[in-house]
Ligand binder design. Structure first.
Ligand SMILES: [Zn+2]
Ligand SMILES: [Zn+2]
Length: 100
């Protein structure tokens, strides 16, 4: 596992809005995403954006390395698309969370 956060497009797609008929997106994960967004009041936890269409649920511990935390709401954080991309690219959010 060289870089579990950066450039892992597969997991990012997984955390995003599913299209209504998406077969790749299983129902339990959709519930997880909904629960994470609800807990965070549908607000990006990085920049404060509340544009619903842009909000995505990000796994704090990546599923790739921590599959056991996949469905835990506590392992989720609401990010808008821009912050989500940034978090995967630069680990910004990860580092911020670790510092708290
Ligand atoms: Zn944001
Ligand atoms: Zn993510």
């Amino acid at each position: 596992m060289d870089n579990p956060y950066g450039g892992n497009k597969k997991w990012m797609d997984w955390e995003r809005h599913p299209s209504p008929q998406s077969k790749q997106f299983d129902a339990p994960l959709r519930d997880w995403r909904t629960a994470v967004l609800k807990r965070d009041n549908h607000t990006c936890q990085s920049c404060g954006s509340t544009v619903f269409e842009k909000l995505e649920a990000h796994h704090i511990y990546p599923v790739a390395t921590h599959p056991q935390h996949k469905m835990k709401v506590r392992n989720g954080i609401t990010l808008c698309h821009e912050c989500h991309v940034a978090s995967h690219a630069f680990h910004n959010v990860m580092n911020k969370l670790k510092a708290v």
